[in-house]
Design a protein around this ligand. Sequence first.
Ligand code: SF4
Length: 140
Amino acid sequence: MSQENRTNRRTYIKYTGAAAIATLAGCSGGGNGDTGEAEPNHEVPHPDDGTVPDVEATAVAFEGEERDPDLVQQKDADAVNYQHTPEGDQYCGNCEEYVPDEDGDGYGACLKVAGKIHPCDWCALYVGPYEGDDVASCSM
Ligand code: SF4
């Protein structure tokens, strides 16, 4: 093998090896490293999560019922099992219980769950999908 061929072979191995390592590293990219689930596309925990603005606290959900702040469960309740990513094609923004964002902060509220609700979140109380024109999109 000529000197030039050896050099080319070393260069090939160097770059294909680096590409293989990058590919392996990429397998965990975008996931949380432990479960393989997608990372949230918004701030977690939600800013000022405990403060649902007045304009949403008693507003009407997609399903047509007015929210009662005294009738919500906490996000960490076993029955709620709240998560900060969609569950397949189910997410808060297309849930019948979602109260749309009224103050422009990107978070709405929920008939059943306390705190601010991001359209890309999900919980075990999901009902839907809501298919109205005003559905809140989630592009992950
Ligand atoms: S998925 Fe759960 S938290 Fe989200 S709007 Fe529906 S009921 Fe509320």
